[in-house]
Design a protein around this ligand. Structure first.
Ligand SMILES: [Zn+2]
Ligand SMILES: [Zn+2]
Length: 141
């Protein structure tokens, strides 16, 4: 938990047990969970946790750049412990969101223009490798 305490202190944020368990959860679940999922999973061991607290905590953590949210599915915010620039791939079949580490080719041009780019979101969509392999096995039989 010390790591998470440090992350909050670095941003001058109050260290609360709720914020700590949310950070720990996100660090351990790199599946880009939505607010509901985070709340449901954490509530099992923290019955007093309210959905509003989860919602508010996520918002504050995101605002201070500790976590990031993505809206790749278009319906909901999905949260990500990794806050450095990276892109995402959404599998239309299984719904998995996978981290993609490719450098944005437009970033250099933006910086040349003198803009200060703080976030770059690349959303790729299609069928993931796992689902492709499943399809192949089905076709072969
Ligand atoms: Zn898939
Ligand atoms: Zn990610």
């Amino acid at each position: 938990m010390e790591k998470y305490v440090k992350m909050l202190r670095e941003k001058n944020l109050k260290v609360t047990p709720q914020r700590l368990i949310i950070l720990k959860y996100l660090n351990e679940h790199s599946t880009h969970p939505a607010t509901d999922k985070i709340y449901q999973d954490l509530k099992i061991n923290n019955p007093s946790l309210s959905k509003t607290t989860v919602y508010n905590s996520l918002e504050i953590l995101e605002k201070h750049g500790i976590i990031q949210s993505i809206t790749i599915s278009g319906l909901e915010h999905r949260y990500d412990f990794r806050h450095e620039m990276h892109h995402h791939f959404l599998c239309k079949k299984c719904g998995r969101i996978i981290d993609i580490d490719v450098v944005c080719p437009n970033l250099g041009k933006m910086l040349e223009c003198g803009h200060n780019v703080e976030e770059v979101h690349g959303y790729f969509k299609g069928i993931c490798k796992k689902c492709m392999n499943k399809e192949k096995i089905k076709d072969g039989s």
